[in-house]
Write a protein that binds this ligand. Sequence first.
Ligand code: NAP
Length: 300
Amino acid sequence: MTATLIDGKAFAATVRGKVAEHVTRLKDDHGITPGLAVVLVGEDPASQVYVRSKGKQTVEVGMNSYEYKLDAATEEADLLALIDKLNNDPEVHGILVQLPLPKHLDEDLVINASSPAKDVDGFHISNVGLLGTGQKSMVPCTPLGCLMMLRDHHGSLSGMDAVVIGRSNIVGKPMAQLLLGDSCTVTIAHSRTKNLAEVVRRADIVVAAVGRPEMVPGDWIKPGATVIDVGINRIDAPEKGEGKTRLVGDCQFDSCAEVAGAITPVPGGVGPMTIACLLANTVTACCRANDLAEPEGLTA
Ligand code: NAP
């Protein structure tokens, strides 16, 4: 391996440390404790793990955590009524409705029911528009974490060629907007992109957010490029024993690390940054709600 490893786990701990410092200052100087409400509908096992982890980390940085676990059969009107209550609760600065929602609920309607100022996931249509027009917004957590790691590694990203593989609303598109905001020349690739290997080979920065295990091989990577692997894919790992699995990214780690200048591992790269950025967004939302200066370096 020749690439520098970008350690998302360590970086996330640094972000959480900054959040905790700011929370202490908000409490000591202003008597305000930031609060994050997380709403889980149903019993999706992966979502339960995420929600538990979010609640634990929220408390660890000194914020208030409010968890709402609703039955899978919850009616839309009842979920919207809860979001309305949270919108009007001054103790709640951030609201996150864990996705995916059960099929009978309209995801867009629910996302847009949160007050944009409390939308710490950054998925509300107002925040999407604000980000797209270069205005102050709540920024989606996963791309924000990628941006923080890129800025930390490179300093300025100005003028760099960036290729984002994937055009989802939660990762690919906001990632592209953030890179554009930092003056990269940005290409968004997707499943219909022609000559993907050639497109990726032009990039100084590759962000892979596809959801296809180890799709990007090392020979797609320009020597010295930075590779940010967002993918989280579980694959069979017979070498670990029968029925065992392991996590891999969207990039072939070993071959990419031979060519790249820097790379994030999976696990331990982008993943830990996502919850750290959720906490950062909650502090940012709390400061904005109280007309206080925002912590530096915790948003785009
Ligand atoms: P998604 O909504 O399924 O989007 C995947 C994107 O990849 C789509 O835009 C799709 O193109 C594109 N794609 C699919 N096959 C392709 C191919 N062969 N060549 C080029 N592009 C292709 O996924 P997502 O929600 O953005 O998530 C992507 C990955 O990131 C997943 O592994 C997910 O688990 C992971 N993730 C990680 C975190 C984290 O915290 N680290 C957070 C969110 C997501 P089309 O639009 O043309 O279909």
